[in-house]
Design a protein around this ligand. Structure first.
Ligand SMILES: Nc1ncnc2c1ncn2[C@@H]1O[C@H](COP(=O)(O)OS(=O)(=O)O)[C@@H](OP(=O)(O)O)[C@H]1O
Length: 314
């Protein structure tokens, strides 16, 4: 998937264009108490999601928005392709099916038919979502498919989300202070970051669930990919993992973004760093976030992985 098809880029372009057309007050809708951007998801799609049939060998990636889902999706795709040891012919066949089906890049994106087309995709499918567990189709849990839960520290996540919010036409613009308050209150698209991480933390000891965080991938992408390959049972040589990791640097992915994400890439690949929160947080916002982290996440396994003391303190 590193190289999205022309059709895939057309879909991303359409998200941008649809967002432009909506008046600020019409850009968002609420489903089960959580906000979503209308240019990206439809209410009917959420209602239809319950019929989604997961497969035991699905590779499922979950990440709250701006935690690095596009990065890890590309890395997973690279690992899967190499582990599958597909012939060039099979790779072409898979690419052609993907183009024909115009698979949405997230389970909940697109129209109600979009995810149904995934049923035609050959195994192993890579399925990516920003949703919390209670909104995912039950078949995902019944199937025992392996789920990789991606997290990122909340300070960098909210800063990344704020910039995306003001550059992606599907979201209504906001000032930093207003956006920070909305984020802390869960009044942003895909809901509360804190609820999302806490909810997924309840599954973290299940044998088919593994947590990984943006910061550990930034520290050492190769080791992160080794852990991920082991978890999914991908049989890969060190050389193969190395070749995937080389394509995963922020610089490499940004350089290719026009091919992989079209105009959307300009909005998506921003800084790709740890610690950019320092550019926007006020002292009181810093203290508020520290208190909230302590209350909600410090004692959780996913929270511990973020190394908050290292990356989120001055
Ligand atoms: N290769 C690589 N290395 C490091 N960081 C990367 C990489 N690719 C994307 N990114 C950064 O991930 C942030 C976007 O997160 P998502 O892909 O989850 O965004 S989205 O919610 O799906 O739109 C966004 O973070 P910020 O730069 O902080 O805004 C991207 O720049």
């Amino acid at each position: 998937m590193a190289m999205r098809s022309k059709h895939g880029i057309e879909i991303l372009d359409k998200l941008l264009a649809d967002g432009e057309k909506l008046a600020p007050e019409d850009k968002l809708f609420t489903y089960k108490g959580i906000l979503y951007p209308l240019a990206v998801c439809k209410l009917e799609n959420f209602q239809a999601l319950e019929t989604f049939g997961a497969r035991m060998d699905d590779v499922i990636l979950v990440g709250y928005p701006k935690t690095g889902t596009n990065w890890l999706e590309t890395m997973l795709s690279g690992l899967e392709i190499r582990a599958g040891k597909y012939t060039e012919e099979e790779k072409e066949r898979r690419k052609a099916i993907g183009e024909e089906l115009s698979v949405p890049s997230r389970l909940e994106f697109g129209n109600p038919d979009a995810f149904k087309r995934m049923t035609k995709l050959p195994s192993r499918r890579i399925i990516v979502t920003h949703l919390p567990p209670h909104l995912l189709p039950k078949s995902i849990f019944k199937s025992k498919a392996k789920i990789l839960v991606l997290t990122r520290n909340p300070k960098d996540t909210v800063v990344s989300y704020f910039h995306f919010n003001n550059n992606f036409p599907g979201f209504p613009n906001a000032t930093w202070d207003a956006y920070f308050t909305d984020f802390m209150n869960g009044q942003v698209c895909w809901g509360s970051y804190f609820d999302h991480v806490s909810e997924w933390d309840k599954y973290i000891d299940d044998e088919n669930v593994m947590g990984i965080c943006y910061e550990e991938l930034k520290e050492d992408l190769h080791s992160g990919l080794q852990k991920i390959a082991k978890f999914f049972g991908f049989s890969l040589t060190e050389e193969e993992i190395k070749s995937v990791a080389e394509k995963g640097s922020f610089k490499a992915m940004k350089q290719k973004s026009a091919e992989t994400h079209g105009a959307f890439g300009d909005v998506l690949f921003r800084k790709g760093s740890v610690g950019d929160w320092k550019s926007l947080f006020s002292e009181s916002q810093n203290q508020e976030m520290d208190r909230r982290f302590e209350e909600c996440l410090a004692k959780s396994k996913l929270g511990a992985k973020m190394k908050y003391e290292v990356y989120c303190k001055i």
